[in-house]
Design a protein around this ligand. Structure first.
Ligand code: PMP
Length: 375
């Protein structure tokens, strides 16, 4: 049996060997980073280094970085700090944003999955002015890059005191991030999307932003996030950020693999719908729907053939709700229910995508007679 092929990097990426090695080393060290003795100082040094590595990846200062348990916690911290105030969020945010802002005004997206700045300006002109705006930098389902800086400039002309949050969980290591040029007051990150461990992330808070405090207790993380730090995970996250930054050019070059695969799939199945194909996307994501074939059927067939993909966002798979992102882009519920997400990354070889194509072709040729009967 050939090795299974993992094509679900946007759900979580495999941990890079150097990162696993570093984690094992740090787990072998003793020390609470709040302790003043040598052991404590060593742990503190590990955390300080990681803070600098994350700042370097994001154009931020090290003192902006607050370590959290991941982007979910980071997003929750920001959105909940503004609860009761007027919040605008894009219509394609992750549930860790939407669930914290049940009364938010949604910024619509175009059929390509990009926020619709013109439609939003009409909302702003009507006098609906936010205290906080949350727009993700890269969408987890389509890979579409959002014009966060442009959006920030637009909203500031109507609401100069507004705060800007961006969920950059799917952007880190995939596109260059420069927090000041994004006008972001808050930026969320997660280690496991870039080859780091699960359960660790960061919230970057620019000076002057309204404070966010989620966990109360000891004075860790500038009194913003109490609790003894997970030193091994934080050190690993730091290295993940450094390696992701160094690998960014290679990552971007893999857009050619994506384009070649999309070209082959569409040549075989012209009815295949690829979302966001005509707009700027990160290199690794293909969101595609095969109308008439439920995503679960496709996933099971591909799983049997040794390929791991997801339907919509992995965070919401298991529930049969169609993707809110694809619906916001104008897909019908039926169409969204037939959508798969393929996402690859640092440990994917071009041959993996070739093998995927061959398996998908075999599946498609098997079901094509049924599809023709449906038509
Ligand atoms: N935001 C986005 C855009 C994501 O893709 C994810 C992961 N699915 C999260 C937030 C949540 O990240 P974490 O798993 O680190 O809490």
């Amino acid at each position: 049996m050939t090795k299974p092929v993992y094509l679900d990097y946007n759900a979580t990426a495999p941990v890079k060997p150097a990162i696993r090695d570093l984690m094992m080393v740090v787990l072998g060290e003793i020390g609470n980073a709040s302790s003043l003795h040598g052991h404590g100082r060593k742990a503190r040094g590990r955390i300080d280094r990681a803070r600098a590595q994350i700042a370097a990846l994001t154009g931020a200062q090290a003192n902006y970085v607050v370590f959290t348990a991941g982007a979910t916690e980071s997003n929750n911290a920001v959105l909940r700090a503004f609860s009761g105030q007027n919040i605008h969020i894009s219509a394609i945010e992750h549930p860790s944003v939407t669930e914290c802002a049940p009364d938010a005004t949604y910024i619509p997206v175009t059929k390509d999955g990009v926020i619709d700045l013109q439609a939003w300006e009409d909302i702003l002109k009507s006098g609906n002015l936010p205290a906080l705006v949350s727009i993700m930098l890269v969408n987890n389902e389509t890979g579409v890059i959002q014009p966060v800086a442009k959006a920030a400039r637009l909203v500031k002309t109507y609401a100069p005191d507004v705060y800007i949050h961006t969920d950059a969980a799917q952007a880190a290591g995939r596109i260059a991030i420069d927090m000041p040029s994004l006008y972001a007051d808050y930026l969320s990150l997660s280690a496991h999307k870039t080859g780091g461990p699960q359960g660790v992330g960061a919230l970057l808070i620019a000076p002057g932003a309204q404070d966010c405090k989620l966990i109360y207790g000891g004075g860790q993380e500038q009194r913003r996030r109490a609790g003894t730090e997970n030193v091994a995970a934080i050190a690993a996250f730091g290295l993940a950020a450094e390696l992701a930054g160094a690998d960014m050019t290679d990552f971007a070059a893999k857009a050619a693999w994506r384009d070649a695969l999309e070209g082959r799939l569409c040549a075989l199945a012209p009815e295949l719908k690829i979302y966001g194909r005509d707009t700027a996307r990160v290199a690794n994501t293909i969101a595609m729907a095969l109308p008439g074939v439920p995503a679960q059927t496709q996933l099971m067939a591909l799983d049997l053939a040794g390929f791991s993909l997801s339907s919509g966002a992995a965070c919401s798979s298991g529930t049969v709700r169609p993707s809110a992102t694809l619906i916001a882009m104008g897909a019908s519920e039926d169409e969204a229910g037939c959508a798969l997400r393929l996402s690859f990354g640092w440990d994917t070889a071009q041959d993996d995508l070739d093998r995927f194509f061959e398996s998908w072709k075999a599946f498609y040729e098997r079901i094509r007679p049924d599809l023709q009967k449906q038509a």
